[in-house]
Design a protein around this ligand. Structure first.
Ligand code: HEC
Length: 247
């Protein structure tokens, strides 16, 4: 039983590991972000709070920590970024219960704290810029980076709608149909360039979110070591206690 369990766990980690390393097999766009650009990070945070936080939490991110890092004071954070709570020390959770989300979308929207670490910034940027109209899907859209994703396209007002341009290409001797570009079919509030730049800000923000927990991990690591040390000392005392009568 134990062996079986180990085998299952091992194979699961191999599978997820391979996926994380290899990622999706389609070519990704370059996410040219500037992690030091505070204005870009602030714009990204605002987009996130307005368009994503309703479904995707950031369980490692506290509002006030983000404010400090991004150069925004508590009032500014409260005014522009906080809709589900008014306590700046809270983490950025969603208002919607996870179970309900799963019934609405078929999938629970994942927490995005670590998305750029798991899949990389190029994946995220590509995902955000390649939603296209697909009538065969329940949400009316499909995605190039994440085919058949069950997420509705929440930025359509900003971006407008686009449809893919397909082309037959030769793939190692086989002819396959590939998406080679997009055609804008309705205008959004932003021009395609403005929209791409906004998605870079959003990618930049989520890249930042993936980093600050580094501190937290170190703190947890230290606690674990302290705990192990304590256990070790206790076990020495225990051993002495047990052997006292034997000697
Ligand atoms: C209405 C709810 C909803 C909103 C709002 C929403 N999403 Fe999603 N999102 C989902 C669901 C549901 C999934 C799961 C898709 C799946 O697994 O098929 C998802 C998946 C994702 C994924 C894919 C994760 C992966 O495993 O590759 C990313 C990235 C993502 N969302 C980013 C965003 C961003 C950024 C925003 C804001 C612009 C946003 N989402 C807004 C519901 C939402």
């Amino acid at each position: 039983m134990k062996k079986l369990l180990t085998a299952v766990l091992l194979s699961a980690s191999v599978v997820t590991g391979a996926f994380a390393a290899g990622g999706p097999s389609v070519p990704m766009a370059d996410a040219n972000i500037d992690a030091d650009n505070k204005a870009s990070l602030q714009r990204g945070a605002r987009l996130y709070a307005n368009y994503c936080l309703g479904c995707h939490g950031l369980k490692f991110q506290r509002y006030n920590r983000m404010g400090d890092d991004l150069g925004m004071d508590d009032e500014l954070v409260k005014e522009h970024l906080m809709f589900t709570t008014n306590k700046v020390a809270e983490t950025m959770d969603i208002a919607m219960p996870e179970r309900e989300a799963a019934t609405w979308f078929g999938q629970t929207p994942p927490d995005l704290s670590l998305i750029t670490r798991e899949k990389g910034i190029d994946y995220l940027y590509t995902y955000l810029t390649t939603f296209y109209v697909d009538e065969s899907k329940e949400t009316g859209v499909n995605n190039y980076a994440f085919p058949n994703a069950s997420m509705p396209w929440v930025m359509w007002k900003l971006e407008g709608w686009k449809k893919p341009i397909y082309k037959e290409v030769d793939d190692h001797g086989k002819t396959v149909t590939k998406i080679v570009g997009y055609e804008q079919i309705t205008e959004g509030e932003m021009s395609p360039e403005e929209f791409k730049s906004a998605m870079l800000d959003l990618t930049n923000f989520l890249h930042y979110v993936g980093e600050p927990i580094k501190q937290e991990r170190v703190a947890i690591g230290l606690k674990v070591i302290a705990y192990l040390l304590l256990l070790f000392i206790l076990s020495i005392f225990l051993k002495r206690e047990f052997w006292k009568d034997v000697h």
